[in-house]
Design a protein around this ligand. Sequence first.
Ligand SMILES: Cc1ncc(COP(=O)(O)O)c(C=O)c1O
Length: 388
Amino acid sequence: MLNIPLMSNNITRDDVKCLISFLETADRFTNGPKVREFEQAWSRWLGVKHSVFVNSGASANFMTMAGIAQMYGKGEIIVPTITWVSDIASVISAGHKPVFVDADMRNMAMLESQVLSSITDDTKAVFLTHVLGFNGLSQHLVDELARRGILLIEDVCESHGAMFGKKKAGTSGYTSNFSFYYAHHMSTIEGGMICTDDDVFYQMMRMYRSHGMLRENDDENYRDEIQRRYPDLNPEFIFMVPGYNMRSTELNAVIGLNQLERLDGNIQKRRENFRIFMDGLDSTKYFTGFDVEGNSNYAFVVLLKEKDPEFFARLTAVLRRENVEFRRGTAGGGNQLRQPFVRKLYPGYEPADYRNADHIHFYGLYTGNFPSLDKASIQALTKLLREI
Ligand SMILES: Cc1ncc(COP(=O)(O)O)c(C=O)c1O
């Protein structure tokens, strides 16, 4: 048996040691100086001005969409059909209307022509997901959105270190979201980050993270002005926005700081693994037309070339037999339009009309790609796939 799990060793003994030594000396455990240090280190790594560390990637999505509604009003948000559930749920719960577009087979992100043709006077933003480590942006899309005054929001939860030309994914839009869940490129066990160059949005996210509290905003002039405007309120308890408690802890930040040290090295190893994997695929059976420039995949994508349910059934049976862990439908389980909550809220959509998303849904899956995976195992996996 091949025995390949989805993820291995993403919290190392060294991370645990680091955590223990922190616990032995620390006197503050919730959101504090270590969180700030991790945010600053992350901003430097990514190349943005500000980052806000939260307790999950989904929280980053929910806060981002709430912040957009607060600052720019509710409206239409153009979303992918291949993405994670919180990218849709966050749009809905912030009071926006999701407008779905099909996937582009080359990167599984949004089909550019459909994004542009979906823009209306009510469009507030495009919420693009960089799927499973592929860059989902083009210069044309970035330029067109800028020209039309549409905000670009990048979900990079699955694609830390992916490159759009010379820029890291997560630095071309108004704001971006990351996840540090155990299965991703690096982990704080649970965790997420919201990144932006916009000072006002940054302060908004700081407040949203902690119940909407004014005192979380580090703009002193703004705090003074609000306190003067509301003399009847206790300055420690002024709530500016209908916020959440989505804070993380110092413990998670300590792990994040330690993990960040090896992120670039791990991305390199995963890139090399992915190259070996793609080289070994039989392009008559599997889709190999991915745009791999600047990719940073934590998973191997297995996508059938043809719509062949029997072949797909054989494929999953063989992977199960060989104890190769996999997830069907790729990111988020496939076409989001097929999910019960979407069908109920937006019955007007016909999931099958989103042909690429549906192909990925029914004939796609991913297996694990982690730094310690050796070349022989990857080659044994591709041999197995060739022989099905
Ligand atoms: C694209 C995308 N966005 C958001 C999330 C949510 O992140 P988390 O699991 O940290 O809540 C995920 C999944 O893990 C994801 O793949």
